[in-house]
Design a protein around this ligand. Structure first.
Ligand SMILES: [Zn+2]
Length: 221
């Protein structure tokens, strides 16, 4: 089996992200460059808790041709190839459906990153690419382009997020920092009520406030 150790790292990362609730079932996927010509990508529609190292697909970066792995690669394999091509300094590309940042991505707004430590990890702003259906060349192109600049993270409108890292750990750190930054945005929006566009205010009123009210009533907060 090619790249056994790297495959193990990919499986471990998927379980970690699934435990954090960032993958939403079989959603999300990740890619890892293993040499200048190849990358690993998670298989399509596979339960992360049942995934084995042999399920991880080896693809050629130049044309996304599958070299090893019996399962079909993730539909976002092409998107990851573009991201890795745009970022030769990075080995890892993670795509998640993490709840808070995905909620933020519904607003279709750039995220202004607060705090210097978070800005070091994420950059001063996180762009939001316009909507395109999963697995399409449109989406791959838009996300790839977002990483051509100095960005380390990107929001995908009505969908989720992508973060890169020099290694898997740095990409995970960015995924976590992005979730925290988006949570902070919503916290500030709820307390000041001034930083959201009308569509965002409506979103909070319809979805987030009833949840927080319910938690208060049941004492689960
Ligand atoms: Zn997705």
């Amino acid at each position: 089996m090619m790249f056994r150790q790297a495959r193990e790292a990919v499986v471990e990362t998927c379980v970690k992200l699934a435990d954090m609730g960032y993958l939403a079932g079989t959603g999300g996927n990740l890619a890892l460059r293993v040499d200048p010509e190849h990358y690993l990508v998670t298989p399509s529609a596979t339960d992360y808790y049942a995934m084995e190292t042999s399920d991880i697909c080896v693809l050629r970066l130049a044309d996304t041709r599958q070299i090893e792995g019996e399962k079909k690669p993730s539909v976002e394999a092409g998107m990851h190839a573009r991201v890795l091509a745009a970022r030769p300094d990075c080995e890892a590309s993670l795509h998640t459906h993490q709840p808070i940042a995905s909620a933020y991505a519904l607003l279709a707004m750039v995220l202004e990153v607060q705090g210097s430590e978070t800005a070091v990890l994420l950059g001063k702003t996180v762009p939001c690419v316009s909507y395109a259906p999963s697995g399409t060349g449109w989406l791959a192109k838009r996300v790839g382009k977002a990483f051509a600049g100095p960005n380390h993270a990107c929001l995908m409108r009505n969908h989720g997020i992508v973060c890169v890292g020099v290694d898997i750990q740095q990409a995970i750190d960015r995924v976590v920092a992005l979730e925290v930054a988006c949570a902070e945005f919503f916290r500030l929006s709820l307390t000041t009520g001034s930083r959201l566009p009308a569509s965002g205010t409506a979103l909070i009123e319809q979805t987030l406030l009833p949840i927080s009210q319910k938690l208060k009533e049941t004492g689960e907060e």
